[in-house]
Write a protein that binds this ligand. Structure first.
Ligand code: DX5
Ligand code: ZN
Length: 226
């Protein structure tokens, strides 16, 4: 496995200082910036859209100028109209929930046609077989380990065997598909999440609450390494 990617979720950042927060987590070792888009329709919460993505884009680079990808997690329905807007706004990856698109295969093609990586996000109760016929169009699968809509929720333990099953499916496919786990990941459970097969983890409250982002990200990496 490649080394673990850590994607801090801006949902737990200070929204009044988003640019600074992005720069701070990148300086602290973030590999991706996880950008949660909620519409008060697919999920019972409302966050930010392409304009805010565009506003943070200039901040998404390391001190030596290396770009840090924006990992857009769309919790919206319908999905397609937002995809060109996020491409324009500088998104690198777009993940959506299959229940929210009438034509999943078409939506995946649309994302890739605009030069971005494409992913499907699976809720805790969403079966893994929904990815079966689109494996060749996927760059990542985002497995939700909480129900989408809010940061700071408790990790759902039954996600662990599901991560293991998904890891087996991805390995069996022989494709380079990232397995990203999102929701309730912290220093107490990240070892089990990575051991089950995650190569990318989202961490919102575990990074942003506590103040010392470098320490929080290092603690996640240390615990993951065992
Ligand atoms: C939940 C979001 C997650 C969430 C993660 O709907 O998709 O990205 O913000 O936050 P924590 O790590 O606090 O669960
Ligand atoms: Zn998310």
């Amino acid at each position: 496995m490649t080394s673990l990617r850590i994607a801090p979720s801006l949902l737990s950042a200070d929204f009044a200082r988003l640019g600074e927060e992005v720069r701070a987590v990148i300086a602290a070792g973030a590999d991706l910036i996880h950008f949660d888009v909620m519409d008060n329709h697919y999920v019972p919460n409302l966050t930010v859209g392409p304009m805010v993505c565009q506003a943070i884009r200039p901040h998404c680079q390391t001190a030596d100028g290396r770009p840090v990808p924006i990992d857009v997690h769309l919790m919206v329905q319908p999905v397609d109209a937002l995809i060109p807007m996020f491409a324009e706004a500088g998104a690198s990856l777009i993940t959506f929930h299959p229940e929210a698109s009438l034509h999943v295969d078409r939506t995946l093609q649309l994302i890739r046609s605009l030069g971005m990586k494409a992913g499907l996000a699976l809720n805790p109760a969403t079966p893994l077989h929904l990815i079966d016929h689109v494996m060749d169009r996927l760059d990542l699968v985002l497995l939700m380990s909480v129900n989408p809509g809010f940061g700071g929720q408790a990790f759902i333990e039954s996600s662990l065997p599901k991560i293991e099953l998904l890891r087996k499916r991805i390995d069996a496919s022989g494709r380079d598909i990232w397995l990203e786990v999102d929701g309730g990941v912290n220093a107490r459970n990240i070892r089990r999440v990575v051991a089950a097969g995650a190569d990318t983890v989202v961490a919102g409250s575990a990074v942003f609450t506590g103040g010392d982002y470098r320490h929080s990200i290092a603690a996640l990496r240390d615990e993951a390494a065992g």
